[in-house]
Design a protein around this ligand. Sequence first.
Ligand SMILES: [Zn+2]
Ligand SMILES: [Zn+2]
Length: 336
Amino acid sequence: MKTSINNDELINSGGGWAPGKLDHDKIPFLVWPPKPLKFLKWLFHPSDGYIFPWAALHFSLALLSYLFLLPSYETLSTLSFNWIGIIFIRNFIFVLIYSSVWHYYLHVYRFQKDQYRFNLRPLGKGKNWLFGSQTKENMFWSLFSAVPIQTFYESLMLWCFVNDYMLFPIKDWFSSPFIIIYFVLLVLFVPMIQHIHFYFFHRIMHFSFLYKWFHYLHHKNVNVGPWSGLSMHPVEHFFYLTTILVHFIIPSHPIHFIYQGIHTTIGAQKGHSGYERLIVNPKTGKSVPSAGYYHYLHHKYFECNYGEITHPFDKWFGTFHDGTKVTHEKLFGKKS
Ligand SMILES: [Zn+2]
Ligand SMILES: [Zn+2]
């Protein structure tokens, strides 16, 4: 949605789509005074809200994994490459298919051309990239570093759960109404856990030597595509995916941490699609949300927007870029 702000007042951060001035207050979460009705509308909007479509889709994949693709608890009680292999293959296939569908739809077949696209330049090619291509390099780190580390954390958590090593495992989520309510609320909170964890972890990754040694790899992607989200150094994956381990210390069921892992991996790919909206019906132009301009600006200008627009951390710490020229000059001076 475009705001009423004049286009001349906005930065032109790649020649493509700019959604207008960004503002945390447009998301009716953590706002003062609270806006409960707006919050509920945002939460349950059928195609443009917090739950639908993406959180619901990612949760469905987690549920499917738990119900049909998980070895028995008895098998999980002993660490073995046989069952860890099953989890690895499932995670690998999810990341491969999900990211490929986004990539082919938007960047190969270009079904919506440059509509809602932030940066009109093609994805990178040449000797700066592994295998001579940005997409191939991004695929390599996503599939052969992110997926094994996701699998490592998820398998560790499953093994801890069945052996009673977790602090507060939810063994029977249907045992009382309070546990049912908590269970559902925690499912809803999983994307927020990821956003909060992401801000602090990501802020630390911008400390000088951590950036120089590890985080630079993700930032090679100034222009982004659906494989860029998980294109990180293995050391960065090791910390990025610790969001799964949060469930070790809060009461959780395996569905919660399987979902946390899936949302953190494939959600990152969606969040780097390079397009703010995905057109799902070319005839009517109907679209659903895709990647956020908020994080795109981080890739374009580095030292701003470390978190997500759902949380005001960047605003509190003076690193919030709202897409306007005035803010851009305040953050970076006139140099860029
Ligand atoms: Zn990124
Ligand atoms: Zn960064």
